[in-house]
Design a protein around this ligand. Structure first.
Ligand SMILES: NC(=O)c1ccc[n+]([C@@H]2O[C@H](COP(=O)([O-])OP(=O)(O)OC[C@H]3O[C@@H](n4cnc5c(N)ncnc54)[C@H](OP(=O)(O)O)[C@@H]3O)[C@@H](O)[C@H]2O)c1
Length: 231
């Protein structure tokens, strides 16, 4: 049985990825904070024989080293929490310890740009700047550390994909989201993806080598812009 690792397995995105991974027959190693292990009680009761948990902070290099050992792929939720290089520390540890040929898939938001060619509305930029400053001042969230994490990933020679999520919502799956290189591309105009499908795109990326070295921005398959422009 092939083994993958999900870093941030107890969060909303992480739990959706876990369900997709189990459906595809993977054994899943999961990293989450010790205090969040209980969130997985129900799924552990049902599928505990195919899930191995590694409790700890996701930027704890020792925890990541053990968790990614022997995994063909690593799905990482880049969460910019606290002011302790949480995202960048997590990303660096995953890249340092993953198997050399493993597929590494990272999640982030549309605010990340790989080539600087993404165009954002002035309201988006103003809100992002305000949120970055305010949350850093409150020592709550470090949005610019997710930017640093992605810069480290873009420069690495691992088999990475950075999946850039639009605004998210809950709901039934609409299938694998559409994607494009830049956030202003018309197919992404609806700017909405269901979390379950963000997770689906991450899982599918494990076996899609065409996405290696890319930072796809995604949008729900049944949104207005996707339906109008998908082939
Ligand atoms: N609108 C959006 O929310 C949005 C939009 C676009 C992209 N994204 C991207 O989607 C991904 C996850 O989004 P999500 O909304 O679905 O959230 P999520 O899955 O709930 O993920 C949050 C993660 O952060 C961890 N976390 C929470 N508080 C923490 C703390 N104080 N210290 C350390 N870790 C903490 C959670 O772990 P615990 O279970 O331990 O709490 C969980 O792994 C991120 O990569 C994000 O950039 C989000």
């Amino acid at each position: 049985m092939k083994r993958i690792c999900i870093v941030g397995i107890s969060g909303k995105l992480g739990q959706y990825m876990l369900k997709h991974a189990l459906e595809r027959g993977y054994h899943v190693n999961g990293v989450c904070r010790e205090k969040s292990v209980g969130k997985l009680d129900a799924i552990m009761a049902e599928h505990g024989d195919r899930i191995t948990l590694f409790p700890g902070k996701t930027n704890d290099r020792g925890v990541i080293e053990r968790a990614v050992n022997g995994c063909v792929g690593v799905l990482t939720v880049l969460a910019p929490w606290g002011v302790q290089q949480y995202s960048s520390g997590t990303a660096q540890a995953v890249m340092d310890f993953a198997e050399p040929d493993a597929r590494l898939i990272f999640s982030c938001g549309w605010h990340i740009t790989m080539d600087g060619k993404d165009q954002y509305s002035w309201t988006f930029r103003a809100l992002l700047m305000l949120a970055t400053k305010l949350t850093r001042w409150l020592r709550f969230v470090e949005i610019d550390d997710q930017v640093l994490a992605c810069d480290l990933i873009f420069k690495s020679n691992t088999n990475w994909t950075v999946v850039r999520g639009s605004d998210l919502e809950e709901g039934e799956s609409q299938g694998v989201p559409v994607w494009s290189e830049h956030v202003q591309d018309p197919i992404l105009a609806s700017n909405k993806t269901r979390r379950i499908d963000f997770a689906l795109f991450m899982i599918e990326a494990l076996t899609n080598d065409a996405l290696i070295g890319k930072a796809p921005a995604i949008c729900g398959a049944e949104t207005e812009s996707a339906l109008a422009l998908a082939h």
